[in-house]
Design a protein around this ligand. Structure first.
Ligand code: IDP
Ligand code: MG
Length: 153
């Protein structure tokens, strides 16, 4: 099944929103196949946010992403990249729809609590950037047939 990368950003850690985000992931029926705390640095952020390195706000973004450790998660599910992007909502929390993580828990364009991979291709690259193979677990919960129909898995 498809996988995606999630980062619980320092804005989630410092505001004690880890449980809220994990709760929604579990309630939705997504499988957590990897999860760890780590301290990011500028080197990894220059890779992860390569599309933003030239933006004037990039130094501020690096500062905000390194202020404390983050929690990285790998999620698994059918179409999980699209599913979790829609649960995340628009980049700017002030514009994100109510019911999404950003729409419900933040009001900032930068301090927006979660990162979610934006394509299947990028998800593969991002998962390999943040996880070693032996930190990911290939298992299915025993109630998987209550989560998906037989022809969906
Ligand atoms: P995304 O997180 O919704 O995929 P991206 O455009 O990939 O959005 O930007 C990555 C992150 O960079 C955002 O989540 C946000 O934290 C930060 N960011 C994006 N645009 C701005 C901006 O205009 N000002 C400050 N921070 C920004
Ligand atoms: Mg992005």
């Amino acid at each position: 099944m498809e996988r995606t990368l999630v980062i619980l950003k320092p804005s989630a850690i410092e505001r004690s929103l880890v449980g809220e985000v994990v709760k929604r992931i579990e309630q939705k029926g997504l499988i957590i196949c990897g999860m760890k705390m780590m301290q990011l640095d500028e080197k990894i952020l220059r890779e992860h946010y390569a599309h933003l390195v030239e933006k004037p706000f990039f130094p501020m973004l690096v500062a905000s992403m390194t202020v404390c450790p983050v929690i990285v998660m790998c999620l698994e599910g059918k179409d999980v990249v699209e599913v979790f992007r829609s649960m995340t909502g628009s980049t700017n929390g002030r514009k994100a729809a109510p019911g999404t993580l950003r729409g419900d828990f933040c009001v900032s364009g930068q301090q927006n609590i979660v990162h979610a991979s934006d394509s299947v291709e990028n998800a593969k690259i991002e998962i390999a950037r943040f996880f070693k193979p032996d930190e990911l677990f290939d298992f299915k919960p025993r109630n998987i047939r209550s989560i998906y129909a037989d022809d969906e898995i």
